[in-house]
Design a protein around this ligand. Structure first.
Ligand code: FE2
Ligand code: FE2
Length: 147
């Protein structure tokens, strides 16, 4: 598995969780567990992806700006997650903010898969694509089990 295939595994999980989350209602067990699962998935993925994808990409001119942009979007998603933690599950504002997060997630993943992956494919060697996948997977698992 290369780094792109490794990252896509969590991307699919994030899309599924976010799409299900915005279909939940009020103060339900479904909403609470999907939100918690999405929160852990996003945090583990962002931490591992920054270390084993964006940091190595920042070293190359062609991918420096897109890497900074990607990391900035991680912070924006973190803020939306933090906002959701302060709003009552049963309030209308919760769903509005959850929709904003779902939208942001789809946009961010699309951006990574369509734009960043193409550029990264040019600057990373084949050996790096494999070793970064191993590093990413190890870090992702350790982040998920730590949480
Ligand atoms: Fe990302
Ligand atoms: Fe990603």
């Amino acid at each position: 598995m290369n780094i792109f295939e490794a990252l896509r595994v969590s991307h699919e999980t994030q899309r599924t969780l976010a799409d299900h989350l915005i279909k939940t209602q009020g103060n339900s067990q479904d909403r609470a567990s999907l939100f918690n699962e999405l929160k852990l998935e996003l945090a583990a993925h962002a931490a591992a992806e920054e270390r084993f994808f964006y940091v190595p990409l920042i070293a190359h001119d062609m991918t420096q700006e897109p890497s900074r942009h990607g990391i900035a979007e991680h912070h924006q998603m973190d803020k939306l997650v933090a906002q959701l933690e302060t709003i009552d599950f049963s309030s209308a504002g919760w769903l509005t903010t959850a929709r904003e997060l779902q939208h942001k997630i789809h946009h961010h993943l699309e951006d990574e898969e369509q734009a960043v992956f193409q550029l990264a494919g040019k600057v990373l060697s084949e050996a790096e694509k494999l070793s970064l996948a191993k590093g990413y997977e190890g870090e992702f698992v350790s982040q998920r089990t730590k949480a």
